[in-house]
Every structure is written in structure tokens, then in C-alpha cells.
Design a protein around this ligand. Structure first.
Ligand code: ZN
Length: 284
């Protein structure tokens, strides 16, 4: 069960805002099915269950949401293909169900703009025109990633939705150039294996350090260095970035949060003879 955790000077919690399914083979790249099946059972269409687990951060001055999830603006056939839940209500309902007022969110940090992480910015209004789900939040995204979302390559083109980018413009977009602090204790580190300029969010509390690597390590199974996704743009770069990040998580004994894992919220990492592995599972 998710609950607020005091990291020391900043509070954090997670919240599942979407549930969906994707092809198991695509989620595990070159890893053979008999191996990835140990982590996730596929349905008769070879799809595995996934979530979008957002991160909420609370300071005296700000309420930060990291990732907006899938939202509710999908056609019936697309929603069925993705086994999307909820099909109506989206981010707004997910927050309200936990007594969080969407109007209270001040910052929306998007690690990147693929639709599973970003389409939740939009709510379907009564007239059918999408409106911002977070009316008082500004969007924080890397400038080079924002530019890529407007001019993607062929492999990545279907991951971006122009209508969501338009809703972000309505909200107000803060384009960030490179790594550093967004707010006290909240910083971003860049990774470019999954897509150009993905923001890993790092929260340094007085007691605990939390890492939110997004699609650099989307599920517990992907802690294994060679477990990459078919969606990754540059898998070899991703493996190098992953190993470097896991070294830091292990050194800090930090909390590593998984954006897409339906069963495991977070874990702590240890180094062993065969690389980095999960030391214990955690919740928040
Ligand atoms: Zn994703």
C-alpha cells in the first residue's frame, strides 16, 4: 500500500496512475521468452501486465508529480490493444482517489515525453477538447528532448502524440538544459539510452536517497544489465548508463523506484560477483 514517506526534509510517495499491457518480447529486447517469463506471465496475445507508477514529492513550498501516465484520451481500439485502465477518469481520478487535489500540483516533471509517461497531461473535457489535468502545474522537461518530440526519428515517431505536446504548451513548459537541481533536494541526471535526454529524478533527503530511473530500469527484471527493451533507441549506451546508476544506488543504499513494474514498487541494490542485483524489495 502506498503511503507518504519522510525522506528527511522532503516527503515522497508513489501512485499507480495507469495500468496497461505491452508485448512481452518488446519489453525484453533480445532476452528469450523462457528467461523473461520467470518475471512476467504473458497473455494469449503475448502481452504482459504493466503500470505507470508516478512519484509525488511534497515540500513546504511545492507539490511535485513525476510522470502523468497514460491519461484517458485514447480511441476504443487503441485502448483495447493496450488493455488500458482506467479508460476514463485518467490522472485526475487517480489523484482524487488518494485525496490529492490535482489543482494543488505545482510542478509536473516528465522524464521523457513517450505517451505512456506523458499523455496523462490531458483530460477529456465535456466538449471533447483536451484540457490540462493539472491546471496549476508547469511542465519540466529537457530542451533537447522537447525538440526531439517535435521531430522524432522513424523508430520513435509513434511514441509521441502532438496533441499532448499542445496541452503542455497550454500549461507552460520549463525547458531545462542539462543536469542539476529543479527544486531543493530534487535534481535530474540525464540518460540517453532509451531516448535522447531522459531525466532520471534523484531526491536527496536527510535520511534517504531515492532514485527514479524511469525507462532506464522500468521493472525489477531490468535491473539485470543485459535486460533492455526493444523500444530502447541505443541499448549499448543504456547498459553503460544503467550499470553506472546502479553503482550509485548501491553506494547510497538508496531506494530505486520502478515505473512500470506491476508487483514491485521499489528495491535496494547490492553488488555481487555477477554484477548488481536486488538486495531487498521496498514500498512507498
Ligand atoms: Zn515507459
Amino acid at each position: 500500500m502506498e503511503a507518504w514517506v519522510d525522506l528527511g526534509g522532503i516527503e515522497a510517495r508513489t501512485l499507480v496512475v495507469s495500468r496497461f499491457k505491452l508485448d512481452g518480447g518488446a519489453m525484453f529486447g533480445q532476452v528469450p521468452k523462457p528467461l523473461w517469463s520467470r518475471y512476467s506471465k504473458a497473455d494469449d496475445l503475448n502481452r504482459i501486465p504493466l503500470v505507470v507508477r508516478s512519484l509525488l514529492l511534497r515540500t513546504p513550498e511545492a507539490l511535485v508529480l513525476v510522470e502523468a501516465g497514460m491519461g484517458e484520451n485514447f480511441g476504443a481500439s487503441e485502448a483495447e490493444r493496450l488493455a488500458l485502465e482506467p479508460v476514463a477518469g485518467g490522472l485526475d481520478d487517480a489523484l482524487r482517489a488518494e485525496d490529492i487535489d490535482p489543482r494543488a500540483v505545482t510542478h509536473l516533471v516528465l522524464t521523457h515525453l513517450h505517451f505512456d509517461h506523458a499523455a496523462g497531461v490531458a483530460r477529456r473535457s465535456v466538449g471533447g477538447t483536451p484540457v490540462p489535468a493539472l491546471p496549476h502545474a508547469r511542465v519540466y522537461v529537457q530542451r533537447s528532448h522537447w525538440e526531439r518530440a517535435h521531430a522524432p526519428g522513424i523508430k520513435e515517431k509513434r511514441s509521441f502524440r502532438p496533441e499532448d505536446l499542445a496541452v503542455m504548451e497550454e500549461m507552460g513548459v520549463e525547458l531545462i538544459d542539462g543536469e542539476g537541481e529543479i527544486l531543493p533536494r530534487i535534481s535530474v541526471r540525464l540518460s540517453s539510452g532509451h531516448t535522447d535526454a531522459l531525466q532520471i529524478v534523484i531526491v536527496r533527503g536527510k535520511r534517504e536517497t531515492l532514485y527514479y530511473p524511469s525507462d532506464l530500469i522500468p521493472t525489477l527484471a531490468h535491473v539485470r544489465a543485459a535486460y533492455t527493451m526493444g523500444f530502447d533507441q541505443w541499448p549499448n549506451r543504456l547498459i553503460e548508463e544503467k550499470v553506472a546508476l546502479l553503482a550509485d544506488v548501491a553506494a547510497d543504499d538508496g531506494l530505486l523506484v520502478f515505473v512500470h513494474d506491476p508487483n514491485t514498487v521499489a528495491a535496494r541494490i547490492q553488488e555481487g560477483a555477477h554484477g548488481y542485483s536486488v538486495r531487498c524489495k521496498e514500498t512507498l
